[in-house]
Structure formats: C-alpha cells, structure tokens
Design a protein around this ligand. Structure first.
Ligand SMILES: Nc1ncnc2c1ncn2[C@@H]1O[C@H](COP(=O)(O)OP(=O)(O)OP(=O)(O)O)[C@@H](O)[C@H]1O
Length: 261
C-alpha cells in the first residue's frame, strides 16, 4: 500500500492554546483507521486541518503525494477529500434528495449550468439516479422527499455520508458516525462503510463506540492532548498503558493491575 495522507509534524494553536503539537501520522491508500482519544484531545481538529478549515501553525500535510495544507478548503475537496460532521446542520427548505443532488461534483453542476437541452437533462438524470441509489443504500428512500432539516439526528448522519459520496472521494473522514444513530442501525452502518471501503475509498473514523471501532477498523491512532500516544490494532488498545492512563487516569493502575504494554 502507498501513503495517501501524510501529516508531518503539524501544530495547531488557538490563541495561546496548543491543540495539536507536532502530530505526525501516515494513512495508506485502502486503510480504515480509527482516530480515538478522550474528549478535547484534538480529533476533530485533525479533520479540520486536513480539510483546510484550520490553518497550521507549523508542519505540512500531503495528500496523494502533493502538499495540500496551503490550499483553500474547496481545492482540497476537489483533490478527493470529503468529511462528515459530528452534528450535521441541514437546510430547512431543501428535501433530502435535492440536498444529495446538490452535493454532486462542481464539474457536473457546471456542465449542467452551461449545457442546454438534452445534455443538461442527461446530467440531471445521472445525478438523480446516483443520489437515489445512495439514499437507498443508506436506508433513506422513505424520507427522500422530506425537508432535510426535519429528519432525525441519526438520519442526518446517514445523509451526510450520502452527500459526501456524491463526489466519489478517495478519502472519507467521518466524525462520530454512530452518535445519534439507533443501535439497531449500527450494524447496517458498518456494512455500508465496508461497502464504501470496497469501492476503493480510504476511511478515517473518529468514534467513541469501541465495539464499532473493533468491527470496522484495521488500525487505531489514539490522541491525548494533541499528540499521538498509540498506533496499533484495536485489539491491542486495552493492554496499552498510555491509552488506559489517558482515558481512565493513573488511578486505574491501583484498581486493576496491568501487564506491561
Ligand atoms: N475554534 C476553536 N477555538 C478555540 N479552541 C478550540 C476551537 N476548536 C477546538 N478548540 C479546542 O481544541 C481542543 C480540541 O478540540 P477537538 O474538537 O479537536 O477535540 P475532540 O478530540 O474532537 O473532542 P470531542 O471528542 O469532545 O469531540 C479542545 O480543547 C477545544 O476546546
């Protein structure tokens, strides 16, 4: 496998607060990587940095061999990186289907705007078909014509995955995909993400649900206070002393003796 995303010593500061401190991380093409860590450890900030929404104080980010950290967010998206949000906000007037269709690539939208007659209809038809297929895969067909803002929190999560997939990204970054999703749907979400991975999409998943991480991810990176403290298989996490310290505090050591990591 070749390296798709490379974070090289990235630092991010908000005022005097250093949120990421020299983080180095490499993700290979075709991987599914879990990004873990206690609340406030910097996970979402990593996604904001990769997608160009938060400028770096130092370090660099390369995607597909080319530097992306100097680029504007829409240019980074055009290179093939998409993300979903922890709390997706939806427009009040657009339907689920319309919103999914508007997420299609800028290239298709530009062609539809410039071309006339049959060519426009052909592009619209293809966009409609792709959006409908994605909504069906994500079990959203029943709400396709409802206003996007009116659907449940879990359905909004699924809709944001559908929108991200409209552009056929190479890398999909998911911020807590299971939060607000009914437990019965989690298995289906795992199946859907595996299917997306099977299409050749590399996945980075921020998630607190360890069952979900164990089921889906091949590798985990754990952050604590803006630095990577573990990079291992999910099964190795509960034996890693630094990870246990970060999540449970050092007091756990007296409560439950551990084997050396
Ligand atoms: N725009 C901002 N301005 C100032 N501080 C910020 C900003 N965004 C994030 N932070 C701070 O950066 C730190 C890391 O936040 P981040 O959202 O990346 O953590 P996280 O690991 O994703 O947490 P959670 O699991 O709770 O979502 C936190 O202390 C947060 O308060």
């Amino acid at each position: 496998m070749t390296s798709l995303l490379e974070l090289d010593g990235i630092a991010i500061r908000y005022g005097g607060n250093t949120v990421l401190s020299g983080l180095t991380l490499s993700i290979d093409s075709g991987e599914i990587v879990g990004l873990l860590g206690p609340n406030g450890s910097g996970k979402s900030t990593v996604l904001n940095a990769v997608t160009g929404f938060t400028p770096l104080a130092s370090g660099s980010i390369r995607f597909d061999g080319r530097r992306i950290d100097p680029l504007a967010p829409h240019r980074i998206a055009q290179r093939g990186i998409r993300r979903t949000f922890q709390l997706p906000s939806m427009p009040t007037r657009m339907s689920v289907l319309e919103l999914t269709m508007t997420a299609s690539s800028e290239h298709h939208q530009l062609c539809a705007a410039l071309l006339r007659g049959r060519a426009t209809r052909r592009i619209e038809h293809a966009t409609h078909a792709r959006a409908s297929a994605l909504l069906e895969q994500l079990k959203l067909t029943a709400v396709a014509h409802l206003p996007a803002a009116s659907i449940s929190g879990g359905q909004k999560k699924l809709l944001s995955i559908a929108c991200a997939m409209m552009t056929e990204p190479k890398l999909l970054l998911l911020d807590e995909p299971t939060a607000g999703v009914h437990p019965n749907l989690r298995g289906e979400l795992i199946d859907e993400l595996r299917r997306i991975h099977g299409l050749g999409v590399t996945l980075v998943v921020i998630e607190h649900d360890m069952h979900f991480i164990r089921e889906l991810c091949e590798r985990c990176v754990v952050l604590d206070r803006g630095a990577a403290i573990a990079n291992c298989k999910p099964a190795e996490l509960d034996k890693n002393r630094r990870v246990l310290d970060a999540y449970l505090g050092r007091a756990h050591r007296t409560a439950r003796p551990l084997e050396a990591p």
